[in-house]
Design a protein around this ligand. Sequence first.
Ligand SMILES: Nc1ncnc2c1ncn2[C@@H]1O[C@H](COP(=O)(O)OP(=O)(O)O)[C@@H](O)[C@H]1O
Ligand SMILES: [Mg+2]
Length: 656
Amino acid sequence: MTELRLSSLKLRNFKGIRDLTITPGGGDADVFGDNATGKTTLFDAFLWLLFDKDSQNKKDFSIKTLAATGAVERHGFEHEVEGVLNLDSKTLTLRKAYYERWTKKRGSAERTFEGHTTDYYIDGVPAKKSEYTARVAEICDEGVFRLLTDPSYFNQVMRWTDRRALLLEVCGDITEADVIASDIALAKLPDVLAGRSIDDHRKVIAARRATINKELERIPVRIDEVSQGLPEVAESRGSIESSLKKIRTTAQDKHQERARLKAGGQVAEKRRQLSEAKAELQMIENAAQAKADEERRAAQQAAGDLTYRIDTLTQKIERHENTIASNLNTVRRLEADMEKLREKWRTIDAETFEKDMEEHDTVCYACGQDLPAEQIEAARQKALAAFNRSKAEGLEKIDAEGKETKQRAGELSLDNERLRKEIQELEAERDKLAEKKANAPAIEDVPVSLPAEHASTEEEISKLEAEIASLGEGNTEALATVDAEIADLKAQISELEAKLAQVDQREKSQERIRELAAKERELAAEFERLEKELHLCETFIKTKVGLLEEKINAKFQLARFKLFEVQINEGVKECCETLVNGVPYSDLNNGSRINVGLDIINTLSEYYGFTAPIFVDNAEAVTALSDTRGQLIRLVVSGADKDLRVETKTALKEAI
Ligand SMILES: Nc1ncnc2c1ncn2[C@@H]1O[C@H](COP(=O)(O)OP(=O)(O)O)[C@@H](O)[C@H]1O
Ligand SMILES: [Mg+2]
């Protein structure tokens, strides 16, 4: 146990106090004074000395002496506190001086304000601020110091959570195991918690319960929704599925049939190609036939020409032969004529003038008298000459005629000779033609010659015929029928599928309803389980509360603590309230507050192993102050004391 005691405290120009020294000498002291005489200022000074703060825990309070106007009364003071402390058996003197810093520039009469400075002294030796702070920190932590020097600090300055934490720290919390062990009913709890803290578990339960509640509210609504949306189904799944199966099979067959028919469609196309090819073949053949016919006609023509020419030649030959024959006749007649002429010539030639005068010749035709002889001679001579002349003329005429006839016969013979020669030529020509005719091929034998195209077309035809044979029969009409049937089947299938989908949906919805109902039951069961768990948690907490408060309260004489608040909903809320005889701190009178504060300081001093001077402000409120382990400095209002008066207890409290 470290004890810190105040031996003396000296204030100079501190918060309006010019100069004051109290010397409790490490023992208890009572400080009397009227209001505003500086009692509280003493505590401020003590705290400022150690921690730079006043009793209100303020750092920026005005140390410097202020005038009634609020302004600093006079500059240039040294504001100073010096404390002589007994730390166990050792003495420690701490001094702090706070003052304005003025500097005078060289060559200037004016001094200028540069701010404030604090000087630190440890045992009269100037120290750096850091050294000073370190030395104080060595003695005690500021927070602890505040707790141990001010009876109101715990209850009035600290936050309740810090208070609670401190109490639990000081008294030791109770472990869950301790709580569980204290009540057989709590044995199940560890399993329930599954490693979570009670608090966390309660939060989890609360959250879960809220969720469950919400879900439980929602589920009937959702079941309702699903029920309303349940599709009406007239047919059973089995019946729909079997119809569907049947129709699908039929559809499959139809598809196969269609495929076959489709192949038939190809046959139709092939057939078309085939008939085209055949038509083309026919055309080729017709063309070939026409060509052959033409050739035949030409041949016939040629044969006809030959015959005609042969006939013509024969006729000409015959005509020539006739001419020859007629010429020969003529020649023979001419030769007979010539014989006759020769006969005639000879006759004429043989004729002599011996003829008697004819009467008329001897008689004058005019007078009819015989003419004289001479006259008759003359007349005979004359007649002879006429005779001879006539004879020559006759001969000459025959000669001429004979010559002419002979010439004519010669001409005809020549002509015949020419004709015979001509006949020979004609016969040769005719023979040539006849031979040509004989050699000409029979018209029936003129061949029909087919072009190469014919063979390739025939080849194509046989190929198409083979393909058609392999493809089988096709029928566009049948294809259309099958297509219609397939379309109908498809429609039936989609209708059935739609029905099936409805059945599916109905089943799904029903399943969903079942699920929701199951979920509802599950949630209700869980809710019940959570209720039980919650109850268990609460039992735990109440047990823990009981145990903890018991444990903590045992540490204090006067103070009792309420650490949990049982709420209306049976829940438990943490709190921290100091009670005295069941009365909460806030309702206590000043005296009780001070005493309970001192009680708490005693326990805390014990805990920290440290005591410090306790400044009890308004100590006049208490007639009987609780005993304290630490040095007690009572600040007492006393109207009679216009100046502070200090009564020190003679004896220095002995360490117990
Ligand atoms: N910096 C200051 N300069 C001058 N007077 C001050 C200063 N700070 C506080 N005071 C005054 O000093 C007086 C002492 O106050 P306080 O110590 O609280 O008196 P008590 O606790 O004895 O009632 C008060 O009247 C207060 O107004
Ligand atoms: Mg006061």
